[in-house]
Design a protein around this ligand. Structure first.
Ligand code: BT5
Length: 264
């Protein structure tokens, strides 16, 4: 990654400070440190490679050098946008912003696997990790982490995966510029951030939702917690399911995994 060139392009966007690295442990962890040092709102932490990239629930995220995007966007409380009632929408903000770029600019047929995965052809190309920090009951900041597999070399070894993965290069059949893609994603994030409180965010999330009307299993680390037909995402970002007895229930993301019921 040519840090100077990337910085020049990013400086054209209304972001806070730009923190660009060749390699870090995790951009989310780095962002957390930078928040402690007073990083301004909308600052971007970006790394060419991560040695300890993080997923949810202590899982890892692999970012191979020169082939992927790994970024963390720093947000602070703002009435009408970043406020406690809207926190359930943050994974949707990241997912919808990336989804729209994949659909509209790259004409890829993508889906959002609730709460935080982007799928193309049923394989995971990106993951979102929103981390919310509190001081007692006061919301202090949010770090919105996004990892995206761009070039073929970004593909992690099968043994590291719980779910099939893919890269944009494989899905598109050609190589694209990571820097152009980054700029497009940041523009999309800035746009959808403005709409965080609006119905359009959840509507778009729903229109992109994977497994709609299909039977899924929700599981947490302690095992299966529900199974039913996917009805959609609610206003607060939770997933609504109808079980076999007709009961409709909503589930907050937390530690939940969604899996399609195998009918074969
Ligand atoms: C996620 O977690 O999907 C959220 C990933 C967020 C990564 C970004 S990169 C920038 C920022 N800084 C960080 O440290 N993290 C964020 P989860 O749903 O828990 O999925 C994790 C699982 O995805 C792993 O257990 C693997 O099975 C799989 N995985 C790991 N690396 C992958 C990759 N590059 N592509 C596809 N799947 C991957």
């Amino acid at each position: 990654m040519d840090i100077q060139r990337w910085r020049q392009r990013l400086e054209e966007l209304p972001l806070g400070e730009l923190y660009l690295y060749q390699e870090v442990g995790s951009t989310n962890s780095e962002a957390e440190k930078l928040v402690g040092q007073g990083a301004p709102p909308f600052s971007l932490v970006l790394a060419d490679a991560q040695t300890a990239g993080r997923g949810r629930q202590g899982r890892g995220w692999i970012t191979q050098p020169g082939s992927a995007l790994a970024l963390s966007w720093i947000l602070y409380p703002e009435p009408g946008r970043i406020q406690p009632e809207l926190l359930g929408r943050l994974a949707g903000l990241g997912a919808v912003a990336v989804w729209e770029v994949l659909q509209e600019i790259y004409h890829l047929s993508a889906n959002i696997k609730w709460p935080n995965d982007l799928l193309v052809e049923g394989k995971k190309v990106a993951g979102i990790l929103p981390e919310v920090h509190w001081d007692g009951c006061q919301l202090t900041d949010i770090i919105l982490g996004i990892g995206l597999n761009v070039h073929r070399e970004a593909l992690p070894p099968d043994a590291e995966l719980l779910f099939p993965a893919a890269t944009l290069e494989e899905c598109l059949g050609k190589r694209i510029s990571r820097l152009d893609l980054l700029i497009q994603i940041m523009e999309s994030l800035l746009k959808w951030y403005q709409r965080l409180a609006e119905p359009s965010l959840v509507n778009t999330w729903n229109s992109a939702l994977a497994y709609r009307d299909q039977e899924v299993v929700l599981s947490a680390p302690r095992g299966e917690i529900a199974r039913g037909k996917v009805l959609g995402v609610d206003e607060d970002g939770s997933l609504s399911l109808r079980d076999h007895s007709g009961l409709v229930q909503s589930y907050h993301s937390g530690e939940i995994q969604v899996r399609l019921v195998d009918r074969s």
